[in-house]
Design a binder for this molecule. Structure first.
Ligand code: SF4
Length: 353
């Protein structure tokens, strides 16, 4: 950065820009910590447009933290269905119950107490402390990382402790301690809508005379990342048994989809000519069946690529399964009562329930 005065002025420029350019979003019109926390958890790794209907559904169905705490985990997961990263929903529900028990339903105001809540990291704690209580904690999300590293020309990888330290120091230089909530909203919005990853609007940028990355023609190569997460490929074969408008599901007990429901699953790639053997391994006595279709789908998570096949298997008699955690439900209940992964949701859309 070229001049000290310019550095000091960046915060004011951001706030002025924000006042003129901000998007109207419901969680920006409240200082209710419950609603701010809700929005922040929903928006973790989710785009605003995708998160917005979920925020509305949750605030309608659970207007207060007590309502969320009183809900069953199954209802919370059902409402969350489709957003992914289900541990966020499980932690959110756990935390709501904890706040009701420990703090009598009053959201803690102290930054360290907020940070100690399950599912709340540094970024979310700073967001809640500043937006709800106007406390001077700067937020550092992916959008802020990108904007700061470009503006200051920081080329140290942002996923290393030295890179993070340099960005934190630069952020501290421009942070407006008098208007923390406004400053934080402004810098996040600027990164999200103006200094975007692929098409930053440098031509019309209020910082284009100061931006180090633009000056050195390195906008598209900053921020730098050291290592990309290795994506592991896994295979899932699901068996959707159907008999007399009933189907058979189990509850997952571990992993990212813990407490969601699924059709009996084998974590292997089973080809159509091998599925008969597998089906009979699931049933106590062999039954007559017919496979009406196979639905193949690929699902990419942050660290895993799932290659899935769903077999629709029509049985002529009610089955008895060898695994005793598989239970029978009316087929139609699957879309209304049992939360499932997006992978299963896509298959159910094809089944046309
Ligand atoms: S000039 Fe371009 S890269 Fe630099 S802050 Fe503005 S939008 Fe971002």
């Amino acid at each position: 950065m070229r001049f000290f005065e310019e550095v000091l002025d960046i915060g004011n420029k951001l706030i002025n820009w924000y006042r003129e350019n901000k998007r109207e979003l419901p969680w920006r019109n409240t200082t209710d910590p419950y609603k701010i926390w809700l929005s922040e958890i929903i928006l973790q790794q989710t785009r605003v447009q995708q998160g917005l209907p979920y925020y509305e559904k949750f605030t309608n169905q659970f207007p207060t933290i007590n309502d969320l705490a009183d809900a069953s985990e199954q209802d919370v997961l059902l409402l969350w269905q489709g957003l992914g990263y289900y541990s966020r929903a499980r932690n959110m529900h756990y935390t709501a119950k904890m706040i009701v028990d420990k703090y009598n339903g009053n959201f803690p105001e102290n930054h360290n107490e907020i940070l100690a809540l399950k599912g709340v990291g540094e970024y979310t704690a700073a967001a809640i402390a500043s937006f709800a209580f106007d406390k001077a904690y700067p937020v550092l999300d992916g959008n802020v990382f990108r904007f700061i590293s470009r503006l200051f020309g920081i080329e140290k990888p942002i996923d290393t402790s030295t890179g993070k330290k340099e960005i934190t120091n630069a952020l501290d230089l421009i942070f407006n301690t008098q208007k923390p909530a406004l400053f934080n909203q402004a810098i996040m919005e600027f990164g999200a809508t103006h200094c975007t990853p692929k098409k930053p609007k440098c031509d019309t940028c209020i910082f284009n005379m100061q931006c180090e990355a633009l000056g050195s023609k390195k906008v598209m190569s900053i921020p730098v990342k050291k290592g990309k997460t290795k994506i592991l490929q896994v295979n899932h074969t699901y068996m959707c048994f159907i008999h007399d408008n009933k189907t058979y599901i189990e509850k997952r007990t571990a992993g990212i989809w813990k407490n969601l429901y699924q059709f009996p699953l084998i974590e292997e790639d089973i080809k159509p000519d091998g599925i008969t053997k597998i089906i009979n391994r699931y049933l106590k006595t062999p039954l007559k069946f017919e496979i009406s279709e196979v639905f193949d789908s690929t699902h990419i998570l942050s660290h895993r690529k799932i290659q899935a096949s769903f077999y629709t298997i029509h049985l002529d008699t009610s089955p008895i399964f060898l695994k005793n955690n598989i239970f029978e439900i009316p087929l139609a209940d699957l879309t209304t009562r049992y939360p499932v992964s997006i992978l299963t949701q896509n298959y159910l859309k094809r089944l046309n329930l």
